[in-house]
Structure formats: C-alpha cells, structure tokens
Ligand binder design. Sequence first.
Ligand code: HXC
Length: 510
Amino acid sequence: MEDIIKELEARRLNAKLGGGQKRIDSQHKKGKLTARERISLLLDEDSFEEYDMFVEHDSHEFDMQNQKIPGDGVVIGSGLINGRTVFVYVKDFTVFGGSLSLAHSKKINKIQDMALKNNAPLIGVLDAGGARIQEGIDSLGGYAEVFQRNVLASGVIPQISIIMGPCAGGDVYSPALTDFIFMVKDTSYMFVTGPDVVKTVTNEEVTSEQLGGSEIHTTVSSVADGAYENDLEAMEQIRDLIDFLPSSNINDAPIKKTEDPIDRVEDSLDTLVPDNSNTPYDIKELVLKVIDEGDFFEIQEKFAQNIVTGFGRFNGFTAGIIGNQPLHLAGVLDSDASRKAARFVRFCDAFSIPLVTFVDVPGFLPGTSQEYGGLIKNGAKLLYAYAEATVPKVTIITRKAYGGAYCVMAPKHLRGDINYAWPSAEIAVMGAKGAVEIIYRNDLEDSKKIAEYTEAYEDRFLNPFVAAERGYVDDVIMPHNSRNRIIKALKMLRNKKLSNPWKKHDNLPL
Ligand code: HXC
C-alpha cells in the first residue's frame, strides 16, 4: 500500500509538471501563467476538483507513442466561484502547445457533459494551437464533438471562453459558439489561420497582433467581448461576471445584498439631458447612477460604442442594461450596434435576466455603406430579439425615440411591460426639420413660414405627452426618481409569465 501511495504521489507530481519546467519557464517569460496557476486564480481557494489527470493520448504516428504526457494538454474539473459551482477546462500550452488530440477532446467532452447535467456554467481557458497535427482526422472529429456539445449547451448553461495565448483553428471555433469571449492584451491571439498561412495564401504580411490580437477583436471584428491587462485581471473579472449570472436557464441569478437605498434620489439626473437636443451626454452616467453601487459589467465596451450593453443590479437582482449612447454617432442605430445589442438581449432572455433599456436614438444610420452592409437585416436582429424576449422589459425614453428606432427599442408595442419617459422625451416619427420639409414642401422658399411650422411641430410632437395620451408610455417620470421607479417596476414583474407560440426553433434574420 505504501508503495502504491508513493507511486500515486509521484504520478500526480509528474502530471502537474505538464510539459516540464523548461516549457513552464518559457510560458512565464511570455507573461502567461500555467494552466494550474490560472485555475487557482479563477476558483475559490482549495475548491478545485480535478478529473482525468492521468489521461494520455493513444497516437502511434510520428513516434508519438514515445511522447506521452499525463493530462494530455488540458486540465479539467469543477470548483467554486464565490461558493457557486462551475466547471472548467483549461488548456495547458506546455503540453504539445495545448493542441487537441482525441483523448484531450474526450476530456473536454466529459466536463461539458458534467456542466450540462449539473446545470452549472462552463468556463474554457484557451491557450492552444488547434488540432494536434500528429493525430490528423481523430483530432478533427474530436473538435466536432466539442462543437456539438457547445451548441447543445447554448442557452441552457452560460458558456464563457477566456483566450490566454495564441489560439488557432478549432481553438477559436469552440469559443465562437459560447456566450462570451474575453482576451488578454498583448499575449492572446485568435485566428482561423495564422500569419504564415495568410502570407502563403493571400500574400498579406500581418503580425499575430494585427491579424487577431485583442485590439482587433474588441474594436473591429467584435469576436471578443472584452480584454484585460493580464491573466490576473482577466480571472478577477470573470469571477465578477459569474456573480451576475444564473447557473443555468432553470436557476435564478444570485441576489447580491446591497446597502444602496432603493429610493435613492439622484438630483443630478434632472439636468443630465442638455437643453439643446443635439448636444450629447453620457448615457453611462445614467446607468451608473441608477444601478446598485455603480457596479456595471460592460459587454463589448469598445465595439459599436453608440450602444451600451452590460449587467448591473437593481436592489440586488441582476438586469441586462441596454442604452443608446448619444456620445457616439449621436446614439444612432447602425448594423454593428444592432447586432451587438441583439446578441446581448437574446443572452438575457435565454437566462431569464430582465431587460432595462434606456432610449435616446435619432433613428437608423442612413447611407450606402449601411444599406450595402445589410442594415435592414441587422436592424431586424435587434427588433427580433426584443420582440421575442419574454423576460420583464422596462424601458425609459430619456430623449429621442424617432421613427423605426422607436419601434425597435423595446416599446410597448413589442410587449414592453413598463415604459416610462422623462419630461425631455421626444417621441415622434422624425425630427421637426425633416417633418416640415416633407409636409410643407411647397413653402420651402418662405423661411418665416417654415420657422413657424417647425416651432409648431416641436410644440406638438417633441414631447412625451402624445405617446402618454395613447398609453404608449405608462408614465412620465422625474429623472431623479428613475432608480426607484425601475426597482418598483422590476419587483412588480418578478413573477411575470409569458411564452411564445410553440416552434421547433425560430428563424432569426442572420
Ligand atoms: C501539435 C503543436 C501544435 C499543433 C503547437 N504545437 N501547435 N503540436 N499540434 N497544432 C507545439 C509545438 O510543436 C511546440 O512544441 C509547442 O507546441 C509550442 O509551439 P510554438 O510554435 O513553439 O509556440 P509559439 O511560437 O508560441 O506559437 C504558437 C502557435 C504555433 C501560433 C499556436 O505553434 C502554431 O501556429 N501552431 C500550429 C497552428 C495550427 O495550424 N493548428 C492546426 C489548425 S487546424 P515543443 O515540443 O517545441 O514545445 C485545426 C482544425 C480544426 O485546428 C478546425 C475546426 C474548425
């Protein structure tokens, strides 16, 4: 017995060394942590239970039978984040570059199945070179098995991918099927094919950073939802994110006790909207002032900044917050903003997270580049997402709600539950200038008349009362009371039940 215990200890030590000290040192030199160091930062202390530590690959090509490393390049297990169970798989770059063999894929499949069966989030940490080249088709099959499980778990448990090194091939497609992707600045890359292949096929010369660094993926491609300075910050942030989320689609998000008074009055909100309706202001100021303790977890902060999306809490309960941002492109809806917000709304709806929407939108962005880029279908994605959502929907129009954008941004007509407007709201089919130029086309030469018509249009329509008279907004509220009114609305809606007609699945305009 003593011997076997010693052997177990020796085997464990060996497995924990992964690809060996030299490769661990090289990992550290690149500013990256090892798989197990990452796990210890992500999970509560001593909560990690590892499985399949001794699994090895079974490949005999390219002399691989003589190159076996226990664990085979991925560490899997369960653990706790602030006391709640999560399942993790963490690629070990020191073992064959974290590349995926059949045995390695079976380990990931095991933890995916466990997460799904036990209704808990799955977090993947990726730092890996894709399919293990020596394994050929077995590796491709292994990836497809991972992808299949990602898809089946989508909308059932939250799936989060953290990119912490160079990731290629299959190691970018699995993350793309998950709910959120986060990267680490300067040390992580994502591309389907790396710079060498790009050079061969297209003759383009690009660095890894230019091709798939965090800057590109958070600002241009929108593949990633956020990027952090280093491994440590990334793990701290993911812990915060998990605190906002339910464990699965049959669980409620955890309630976080707060000292922030529910009836906190924010007088500064009464002057947030400038007198001149073309002057911008920061919608995030409103978000931060109405949620609990200003604790906002923003999603896609650097992409399509004309719309803001993220998680906050109202009296301890998680809400998904969407707000048009007048500081960027006057808060207009374009293709990027519509896609960004649509995806966020659908995540919240899938996981029963109520939606709180702040509206200040002058309309959809006109122009050939938008129309050629499919604005019709992209705008329809957001419309579709709000319309199909059955979670509680609370909407506040702070200023502009014009035209088609009014129809999209969670109005009463898309089953908005509680729709409020601030006194500064302008709810109309279009702005005064455009409207007068169309209706009074024959008087355009007479500037005095046009000025009179414009003023009359503004007086009649650029206010919240035409909508309020029709019940399209439920009340016109004082900005300083917004927090209290939102909390009351969400409380009233807590037991809301609404379902859509039966269907196999929907057909979102992709
Ligand atoms: C086997 C691999 C490997 C792979 C890396 N390694 N990728 N082993 N299969 N795919 C090994 C290296 O041989 C090396 O071993 C160690 O990992 C570290 O790799 P380096 O190249 O030294 O590291 P670095 O310079 O940081 O570059 C990392 C990298 C690069 C960018 C990931 O290794 C790379 O380009 N790898 C190949 C990527 C690729 O084309 N993968 C296949 C994609 S196809 P030693 O022993 O020296 O430590 C795919 C199919 C699925 O994934 C697609 C589904 C849609």
